[in-house]
Design a binder for this molecule. Structure first.
Ligand code: GUE
Ligand code: MG
Length: 300
């Protein structure tokens, strides 16, 4: 068997065009253009790629976009000042601070300084609290993108055994919360694995839906996957490859060649979860603009 490919490239284009329609409607009805600001600290080349992709996606969907690029020597106060400026900027409805921040910066202080109404990443404690209550305004973008990939491709997680490998604050933990909540995209039975999990393969083999968010190339091998599982690969690892145009290749956390022989469906890397993350960032920015107009309770 060869797995069906779950294309994040295609689905993200569909979602971005839904956002574009929403933007036009908002401009006509309210004279408001939703805006997203990205704060990037330091010169990590992969991060710069994402920031550029985000800007381009904003322009294509008709959103206003801005960014602040700070050197990796920036102090906590300088980063706080950048956040503050966007908190106060009426053209900006959503703020994303690219993580991780350089060592020595107290990340939680920065995140807590973001206006929760502009926290389109959904990582401020207030928004994470609402997520845990099953009523998120801004579901974190990568988890939200994964849920859309599943639901819109006919792999509803309801009743399924979902195993998530990785317990990060930005992927594993919020994804578990989304999948276990009541309602659309939820009602799954969720297991979260991590570096201290005993007999990882024994756990992953029970998964109807397996999510790899580990950060190590090809960590998930075919023997760890149940026949006909749906496999979601969150990893975006740069692996040196002198024969490649840019000197590296992107590899997921899943051994794609082998696992795609066994799985029912699988996301590719690139072209899977990555583009969905950006699409959901635009969705959340449109939501943030709706909230500014109508309030938190009328944003549905
Ligand atoms: N506060 C915060 N929120 C984030 O959502 C966040 C973050 N920090 N820090 C970094 C990670 C990583 N991330 C990606 C988004 C899109 C692609 C993406 O579009 N990837 C393309 C390939 C891009 C390439 O060529 O490198 C793909 O998978 O097809 C990748 C990675 C968001 N992150
Ligand atoms: Mg407010």
């Amino acid at each position: 068997m060869s797995a069906k490919i779950l294309s994040g490239t295609d689905l993200s284009a569909e979602i971005r065009s839904e956002v574009a329609t929403g933007v036009v409607e908002m401009q006509e009805k309210h004279g408001v253009t939703p805006g997203l600001a990205v704060i990037l600290v330091g010169g990590d080349p992969a991060s710069a790629v994402y920031v550029n992709n985000k800007q381009r996606a904003c322009e294509q969907a008709g959103l206003f976009s801005d960014s602040a690029q700070l050197p990796d020597t920036a102090t906590e106060d300088e980063i706080l000042a950048a956040v503050h400026a966007f908190n106060e900027d009426p053209r900006v409805h959503g703020i994303l601070v690219q993580l991780p921040l350089p060592g020595g910066i107290e990340q939680h202080r920065i995140i807590e300084s973001i206006d929760p109404d502009k926290d389109v990443d959904g990582i401020h404690p207030y928004n994470l609290g609402k997520l845990m209550q099953g009523r998120p305004d801004f579901p974190p973008c990568t988890p939200a993108g994964i849920v859309e990939l599943l639901v819109r491709n006919g792999h509803d997680p309801e009743g399924a055994n979902v195993v998530i490998c990785g317990r990060s604050d930005i992927v594993g933990k919020p994804l578990a919360a989304l999948l276990m909540q009541r309602g659309r995209g939820g009602n799954a039975t969720v297991t979260v694995c991590h570096t201290r999990t005993r007999d990882l393969a024994d756990v992953t083999r029970e998964a109807d839906i397996l999510v790899a968010a580990i950060g190590r190339p090809e960590a998930i091998t075919a023997d760890m996957v149940r026949d006909a599982a749906v496999v979601i690969d969150v990893g975006i690892n740069r692996v040196d490859d002198p024969s490649a145009r840019r000197g590296y290749r992107l590899k997921g956390d899943v051994d794609y060649e082998a696992v795609s022989q066994k799985a029912l469906a699988i996301t590719p890397v690139p072209g899977g979860v990555g583009p969905m993350t950006i699409a959901m960032l635009l969705v959340n920015t449109l939501t943030a603009a709706r909230i500014r107009i109508h309030g938190r309770h009328h944003s549905g």
